[in-house]
Design a protein around this ligand. Structure first.
Ligand code: ARG
Length: 573
């Protein structure tokens, strides 16, 4: 089944509105949004019509609501909105069966992106530096967007585009000659120490900085000795990074980097040099787009002949198109680099590359509240370690109290810690900044990863106690308002996954999972002492089976959604 119940009703509602208004249905469909739960399932706002119709929105809504009739939908005006509510019983079985038969793939649609390719540049740390905590944004967002596109049937080419070329390697190299211990060249921590020292010194001492630049020029000129040293640093860094990615369960289709374009830059520069905006300025080559947009020029080549980040991105964009023939090429990179990407994309257009408008900067905001007292970046690995430490205290307490059964408390703590950190990030809209707070992300209640993992584990446990998920059941028995409310949330996952892909917005999936978990909890804990009776309805096996089937659909929804977010789903916690 490729169209969900939700999207079928949405289309029917949009069609009816479009007929009434005499406009194409496609124009209306995008304006139909989920309604406030108290008011139904779908909502259409009439504000935009007020001007043309010279009527107040509530009057327009009332008129429309009266004239519409869609089989199976209850349509009502609420203030300026026309709202529609799905019927209850007819599709209960369809929603439950859709979730249960898809299992961990629920929410996806393998036909949606068949034959299409998306390149996703994410994580992309700079070598010889540690992966900082702020890297979780690009890493988790990119990973999750990749998962979502894969679930929608796209071919995904995930690229970890390492910052492995540039003056900073000159800095590590000359720093290593000065402060390095050759025996520890394969020790990532040591390289970081060296880098920090060298960086400080270069800031204070122009000659040292010049030495670093000179070293990088040697690399660019292909000097074998310089390249050998650089290669060793690079290997060490990649080994270090891979450990962290393995810990987070992340694999890339490609780990490459800026250095891939060494020696290929002249071709790019030749290609663009013919364009009208390209000129020399104080010995450097620049693309001056100021005639086109009010933006500073892009620097392609410095006056010492060395190339830059932007030049390499131009080469990389073309290389990716040649290799993957992508339909979309995403760059999951901080908002701070917005100007850079506007310039690069603009230059691609100037180069008349027909695919230039397939490139998208998937920008995100900052994390506050996470630097050491000295203002240094906090390393991602350290944050994961600390999260595991903190979680394991709680896990051990629960194990001792008999609330959690596990033979591997450490592994469970690691899974919960990962879930906490990942969800703490992914629940935020990517464009907004947020402040990291230990107590907030690690809490087992509230809008957190552990809360969702717990909701999932609880569903598993209820099913286990109830004798497993039933093969057959009678959906018509699920008539309680709490049951219908839970079904409505379960039903939305496919829709939300599609929206999340379109908007590159994993937070939509995160939010829906919170809604599923709270609907599940309201259903299950209604009248707390009675909770077991909800499922173990005495003497009524049919009702019990139906309820277990619903719980099973909720379990599947949580498992599938968490998996899309890259969050582990332990069965016990
Ligand atoms: N290495 C860069 C940084 O850490 C990010 C690279 C993003 N990708 C790109 N194609 N420019 O700031």
């Amino acid at each position: 089944m490729s169209t969900s119940v939700y999207s079928r009703y949405r289309a029917a509602f949009a069609q009816a509105l479009a007929n009434a208004l005499g406009v194409p249905a496609a124009d209306i469909e995008a304006q139909v949004k989920p309604a406030e739960p108290a008011h139904g399932d779908l909502s259409f706002a009439t504000f935009p019509l007020a001007k043309a119709q010279k009527k107040a929105p509530p009057a327009i809504a009332a008129g429309l609501a009266q004239s519409l009739s869609v089989p199976g939908l209850e349509i009502k005006a609420v203030g300026p909105y026309v709202n529609a509510r799905f019927p209850t019983l007819p599709f209960t079985a369809e929603v439950i069966d859709a979730a249960r038969s898809a299992g961990i793939r629920y929410g996806g649609d393998e036909d949606a992106g068949r034959g299409k390719t998306v390149a996703i540049d994410y994580s992309s740390p700079n070598i010889a530096k540690p992966i900082g905590f702020h890297h979780i944004r690009t890493t988790f967002l990119g990973h999750c967007i990749a998962n979502i596109y894969r679930a929608l049937g796209w071919r995904v080419e995930g690229i970890n585009y390492l910052g492995d070329w540039g003056k900073q390697f000159g800095l590590v190299a000359v720093g290593f000659q000065e402060y390095g211990d050759p025996a520890r060249i394969d020790d990532m921590g040591h390289l970081v120490e060296v880098y920090v020292k060298a960086n400080k010194r270069a800031e204070a001492e122009p000659e040292f900085d010049e030495k670093a630049r000179a070293f990088f020029r040697r690399m660019e000129a292909g000097d074998a000795e310089a390249l050998k040293l650089w290669n060793q640093f690079r290997d060490t860094s990649i080994k270090g990074f891979k450990k962290i990615y393995a810990r987070m369960g992340i694999e890339f289709e490609h780990i490459e980097g800026e250095s891939r374009y060494q020696g290929k830059m002249d071709a790019v520069i030749d290609q663009i040099a013919k364009k009208p905006g390209v000129k020399e300025s104080q010995g450097a080559l620049i693309v001056d787009l100021t005639y086109a947009e009010n933006e500073p020029p892009i620097l392609l080549k410095k006056n010492d002949g060395s190339t830059l980040y932007a030049t390499r991105d131009l080469a990389a964009a073309q290389d990716r198109y040649e290799r993957f023939q992508f339909d979309k090429s995403l760059y999951v990179v901080a908002q701070d680099q917005a100007l850079h990407f506007r310039q690069v994309f603009r230059a691609l257009k100037e180069m008349d590359l027909p695919w230039a408008d397939r490139t998208v900067h998937v920008a995100f905001g900052r994390i506050h509240g996470m630097s050491t007292r000295k203002g240094q970046v906090v390393q991602l690995n350290d944050v994961l370690d600390e999260a595991r430490e903190r979680v394991s205290v709680k896990v051990r307490e629960n194990v001792e109290a008999g609330r959690i059964q596990t033979d591997d408390a450490d592994a469970l703590s690691e899974q919960i810690a990962l879930g906490a950190i990942a969800f703490g990030d992914l629940k935020h809209k990517r464009a907004s900044d947020y402040t990291f707070d230990w107590d907030e992300v690690l809490s087992f209640e509230g809008h957190t990863g552990p809360y969702l993992q717990y909701a999932h584990a609880r569903a598993v446990n209820v099913l286990r106690k109830g004798g497993g998920a039933p093969a057959s059941y009678d959906a018509a028995l699920l008539t309680l308002p709490e049951e219908q409310a839970l079904l409505r949330e379960i039903m939305r996952l496919p829709e939300v996954v599609r929206d999340a892909a379109e908007q590159y917005e994993p937070s939509l999936v995160a939010r829906l999972l919170l809604d599923v978990a709270s609907a599940l909890s309201r259903y299950y804990t209604l009248g707390n002492q009675e909770r077991d009776k909800r499922i173990n309805v005495e003497g009524n096996d049919a009702l019990r089976s139906a309820r277990l089937a619903l719980i099973d659909a909720a379990r599947v929804t949580l498992a599938a959604g968490l998996t899309l977010l890259g969050i582990p789903t332990p069965d016990n916690m």
